[in-house]
Design a protein around this ligand. Sequence first.
Ligand code: ZN
Length: 161
Amino acid sequence: MSKSGTDVAEEHGIRRSSHWPTVEKHFKQANPFCLACGKDKPQHPADIQVHHRIPFHFCILLGRPDLELDPRNLVGLCETETGPQLPNHHLLLGHLDDFKSYNVEVLDDASVTFAGLSKEDILASAPWIAKKANKPVAWAQMTDDGKKALRKLMDTWYPVS
Ligand SMILES: [Zn+2]
């Protein structure tokens, strides 16, 4: 995940786990690509963000801090930091253009629906524009029911072992 994700978490007084750098490094070694650009296009490690499908500040605030480090909650997405300009699938598909939000369908969207699309093509896509308009609200705007539903989603996707 990006510096921006860390910044959002810090607004809630949440710091990254001391184990994160190791988890991030191992994930990038095993998955040296952006899921949306394609597994056949390995990228510079600095240009891959290890994204949390459900952002880790939500996981911590809702009592599932284990999901910060759980590989099931992680996916690699591109974000230009070094080389040529990339589509920045991290912001567009991982966060629907808002680091305070996220995309529950990121795996399908990156691997199927918007796979291989450029930034321009995604920004012009009606399905993407509709998703962005309906993106999950930030923590500060969440209702109690919304929080319960998100915790239920966490426990459904990632049962506590
Ligand atoms: Zn990409």
